[in-house]
Design a protein around this ligand. Structure first.
Ligand code: ASP
Length: 351
């Protein structure tokens, strides 16, 4: 269960619109302990209170909702995604926008999952974090947090975005590609929604139009058993067969190039076909960082298609997993899920 504490850090005037910082954990608020960096309740708030930049009059008023327990995002579970979505929905009408503070390790997964749970969103939700904690002398935390607050307050972007290292991206298009660098995230299959240098430039033509709905339609994402399997030369049919055992309902197959796999292994193909026939939903995403799956290009792709594997287009693995969780949690049948995987719900796939 998630308990929350809400700290009001700022005095409000009647006209000012507040931002809610939903704090899930991550390096940004961590401190050094005997076993390395760990999150500690109240520590981020204490740091922010002691740093003059956060008291600057141009920083929009904000409140902080700290989720319990604070997580290193390597410990993330879909239940916490649901907790984040519920927190945003519960406080939706009280705030101009939302900033989600999160660890970088699984930030792309959470940024991919939130849009499915918050369809109909018409306020900005900016997910951010940092590679170095706010408490350290050299850090990327202060810039990422202050700029996220400014974007959430000044730009009515009706999307879940990820802001990091000067780049604003559509959340469900992101992946983490640098373990150390300050520009740790990329959106290889969709252009940036904004770029931050001397100015904050928002590229409105790339942003989804606002919906007339006044509130997001909340949809939980956790009642499903899904997996991901990266193909590699020598992968055996028995490894695949073990992975596909019940209760698995959906599997993202990270294939080669434009969607190819080991078509010269009849047992491998038979295992896939049998799983499809039992109702396991199989989706093909490329293990390339950029580009799209087209199962018609090669015989090695067509062989996968013939077993019932759905072509995942330019979905990232992160977004494909979130979409499987979403569709299977919502109770769609395997056939409906296969059809809906190809449809665009929140800008996650190109057509
Ligand atoms: N392990 C940390 C986390 O994901 C890494 C980070 O935040 O940069 O919570």
């Amino acid at each position: 269960m998630i308990c929350t504490t809400l700290c009001d850090n700022v005095l409000m005037t009647a006209q000012q619109k507040k931002i809610l910082i939903v704090y899930s954990g991550g390096t940004i608020g961590m401190r050094q302990g005997p076993q390395g960096y760990q999150p500690e309740t109240g520590y981020l708030q204490a740091q922010m209170a002691s740093i003059p930049a956060f008291q600057h009059p141009d920083v929009p008023p904000y409140e902080i909702l700290e989720l319990q327990p604070l997580l290193d995002s390597a410990n993330m579970h879909p239940d916490r995604w649901w907790g984040l979505a519920q927190a945003i929905a519960r406080h939706y009408t009280d705030y101009q926008g939302f900033v989600v503070l999160h660890g970088t390790d699984t930030m792309a997964y959470t940024s991919s999952a939130l849009p499915f749970m918050l369809q109909g969103l018409n306020k900005p939700v900016i997910v951010t974090g940092s590679q170095i904690p706010l408490c350290e002398l050299r850090n990327d935390a202060q810039e990422n947090l202050i700029t996220s607050l400014l974007i959430a307050a000044r730009y009515p972007i009706p999307e879940v975005c990820l802001y990091f290292g000067g780049r604003l991206m559509r959340g469900c298009r992101t992946l983490k590609l640098d373990a150390q660098g300050f520009q740790a995230f990329a959106s290889p299959n969709y252009p940036l929604l904004g770029q931050v240098g001397i100015d904050i430039d928002i590229f409105w033509e790339r942003i989804r139009p606002a919906r007339p709905e006044s509130r997001p339609r909340l949809q939980p994402l956790h009642h499903a058993t899904v997996g991901a399997l990266r193909l590699f030369p020598g992968i055996s049919a028995s490894v695949l067969e073990n992975m596909l055992q019940p209760p698995l309902q959906g599997l993202v197959i990270e294939s080669y190039g434009v969607g190819n796999g080991p078509a010269n292994d009849p047992v491998f193909l038979r295992v896939l076909r049998q799983a499809s026939q039992r109702g396991v939903v199989l989706i093909n995403c490329t293990q390339c960082v950029k580009g799209s799956v087209d199962q018609q290009g090669y015989a090695t792709g067509q062989a996968l298609a013939e077993t019932g594997v759905v072509a995942g287009g330019d979905l990232t693995t992160e977004a494909a997993l979130a979409k499987l969780y979403y569709l299977l949690s919502a109770g769609y049948t395997p056939d409906e899920t296969r059809r809906l995987l190809r449809e665009d719900f929140c800008g996650e796939i190109s057509h």
